[in-house]
Design a protein around this ligand. Structure first.
Ligand SMILES: [Zn+2]
Length: 55
């Protein structure tokens, strides 16, 4: 099982969401909690889910 750190809260997660919270092309990986905090920003964009578990 692989984990990745959330860019915003620095915790490790097995599932992260690829999002944009600023204008431009910078994608970041954020956990569900951080995603929900930024979901209402005008520049928020969802780009998919990253999962450490593969089968
Ligand atoms: Zn987070």
């Amino acid at each position: 099982m692989k984990t990745k750190p959330c860019v915003l809260c620095k915790e490790e997660f097995e599932v992260l969401y690829r999002i944009q919270i600023k204008k431009g092309k910078a994608w970041i990986f954020a956990c569900k909690t951080c995603l929900e905090k930024h979901q209402e920003l005008p520049n928020y964009k969802y780009g998919g889910t990253w999962k450490g578990k593969r089968h």
